[in-house]
Design a protein around this ligand. Structure first.
Ligand code: TEU
Length: 562
């Protein structure tokens, strides 16, 4: 019987298959490409590989719009390739976690095709259909059944001309929301999940899973300024039956199986709710992705970019560390396929790229929780120099651009926001070497390779003992070898300091003092002087002369035992 809390000392690596490794020259990454890089991931030391969706999909949202949950999209490979990936990963001690996208399907999924065939369809109630708002003409502005906005701009409802009814989609109109009030929908999803587990998969990352329970009254919500006249889609989060559904799912799919990992992506989730979701006694999920720290530089919506305030970031992490200290468990992430590259966002992707990438990794990985490394983060990959709207591919960015320009916003201003916060920054191809397409493909990449791959790539990082890559290997090793990292309690220090992030981890007689300078200038850290006699376990500079001063973007980890 394995430890059902094994994930506390594990590190997860996220692969975005479209951008990781192409094996057949079509310019799009695929499963055989991932298999060909398993040795690299084993050497990095990660324990779990999370694959963003590879299922059959029209790729309206790069696979988060699934038209067949049981099969693999030919652009990514075959079921046999996935069996091979699972087998090869397991021989290297790496678990495989699939993406579970069941808040919505593609509008090309057989279930929705049937549902849209007419009000009499047996599958009609598998989705949310409603007539126009009372007294309104179908198709008239504002006639949508509720004022909910789509995450990809515009309303969350689309009119089906044939039936004169609207269907709900919190994301694109090609991603209709499933009606989880319908028990047949839930059973179909659980059966699909069981089939993947029977195929050897080790768990699921659950896409916007806190959106699956909606208030059946479908009320209007307060209009959000950045989405006027629509309401923020996130307001549907954590509906009335969400805990009931996740407990039912656990009983129907996970009960009696061990060594699995389940993580729920939950925009808008609070600490109180997360404690309920991740309390092992309640058998819902192992951990959640919360968004507070990745929304911290959002003003009026994500495109209204504000400078980072370190005390606000520390306050958020501090709340989550304290909130889930006794019950529940945190996930830890800076990056994923929806967020811009952290070294460009909260670090310095110029002169101090290596120092700041190491500092950001160290501060994150030594918190209490399960760290997630997004492909390329371990190299210190940066945001990309997108020149024009034609360089972008992501539906969220393209829809926002169209809506903002139509609303009269200045083109350069909108492009500037896309360059800074656009999801495509995370989706440029993985940089394996300095060759034409960074070793990602022999064809034409679906999105341009970042030109800085000549300098930033796996081949160069491997050869450079001082690279970000070797620092991440060291961080992952620490979580495997130092119990205080996985199980120690957490205490924030210097909470009011706008330049330095500092905290202590303790387990028994062992204590770690972790520091990170979030600025490009020297910063005072008087408290560190008290640790001058302790072991300096890890840093991104040579041993300091003056322990009380941090150099630009410096990080240090002191260890004391007894
Ligand atoms: O993301 C949900 C989600 O919260 C994002 O839409 C996020 O708010 C936004 O990207 C930030 O800019 C999940 C997937 O991770 C995302 O890739 C999908 O587009 C989305 O769900 C729909 O499946």
């Amino acid at each position: 019987m394995t430890d059902d809390q094994w994930f506390k000392s594990a590190v997860v690596y996220q692969v975005y298959p479209r951008s990781f490794q192409d094996s057949d020259g079509d310019g799009i990454g695929d499963v055989p490409g991932v298999i060909s890089r398993l040795d690299y991931l084993q050497q990095l030391g990660i324990d779990v590989l999370w694959l963003s969706p590879i299922y059959t999909s029209p790729q309206d949202d790069n696979g988060y719009d699934i038209s067949d949950y049981q099969d693999i999209d030919p652009v990514f490979g075959t079921l046999a390739d996935v069996d091979e990936l699972v087998a090869q990963a397991h021989t290297r001690g790496i678990r495989i976690v699939m993406d579970l996208v069941v808040n919505h399907t593609s509008d090309e999924h057989a279930w929705f095709v049937d549902a849209r065939s007419g009000p009499e369809s047996a599958k009609r109630d598998w989705y949310w259909w409603r007539p126009p708002r009372d007294g309104m003409e179908a198709g008239a502005p504002g006639a949508e059944p509720t004022n909910w906005g789509s995450a990809f701009s515009g309303p969350a409802w689309t009119l089906d001309e044939a039936s004169g009814e609207y269907y709900l989609h919190l994301f694109s109109r090609k991603q209709p929301d499933l009606n989880w009030e319908n028990a047949a929908v839930r059973e179909a999803v659980y059966a699909m999940m069981r089939r993947w587990l029977e195929r050897g998969v080790d768990g699921f990352r659950m896409d916007v899973i806190n959106f699956i329970s909606k208030d059946p009254a479908l009320p209007d919500y307060p209009v959000s300024p950045s989405r006027a006249p629509y309401a923020e889609p996130g307001q549907v989060s954590c509906g009335p039956r969400i805990h009931e559904f996740l407990q039912e799912m656990h009983r129907a799919v996970f009960a009696g199986r061990d060594a699995l990992l389940t993580v729920g992506e939950m925009p808008g989730v609070t600490i109180e709710e997360a404690r309920l979701f991740t309390d092992p006694e309640r058998a819902e999920v192992d951990m959640v992705f919360q968004f507070e720290h990745v929304d911290i530089d959002h003003g009026d919506g994500k495109w209204d970019v504000r400078p980072l305030q370190l005390t606000a970031l520390k306050a958020s992490f501090g709340r989550w560390q304290a909130g889930l200290a006794e019950r529940g468990w945190n996930s830890l992430y800076w990056n994923n396929h929806d967020q811009p590259r952290v070294v460009s966002r909260f670090g310095d992707d110029g002169e101090h790229r290596v120092h700041s990438a190491k500092m950001l990794g160290t501060v994150l990985h030594l918190h209490r929780g399960t760290p997630y490394v997004y492909e390329g983060e371990e190299l210190g990959m940066t945001n990309a120099p997108f020149a024009a709207i034609e360089d972008f591919r992501d539906i969220e960015s393209l829809n926002h651009y169209a809506a903002a320009i139509a609303a009269g916003q200045d083109q350069d201003h909108v492009l500037g926001a896309l360059r800074t916060m656009g999801r495509d920054n995370a989706r440029t191809p993985m940089q394996w070497d300095g060759s034409a397409h960074a070793g990602f493909t022999t064809g034409t990449p679906w999105i341009a390779v970042n030109p800085n791959h000549a300098e930033i790539n796996v081949e160069a990082a491997r050869a450079d003992p001082d690279s970000v890559l070797h620092h991440y290997r060291r961080l992952i090793e620490l979580r495997h070898t130092e119990p205080v990292v996985a199980h120690g309690d957490f205490e924030m220090r210097m909470a009011d300091d706008e330049h330095v992030y500092a905290f202590v981890r303790r387990l028994g007689d062992v204590a770690l003092f972790v520091l990170g300078n979030f600025t490009g200038a020297e910063a005072a850290a008087g408290e560190a002087a008290e640790w001058a006699d302790a072991e300096l376990l890890l840093g991104n500079y040579d041993a300091p002369q003056d322990h009380g001063t941090l150099r630009p973007w410096e990080t240090r980890v002191y260890r004391r035992d007894g």
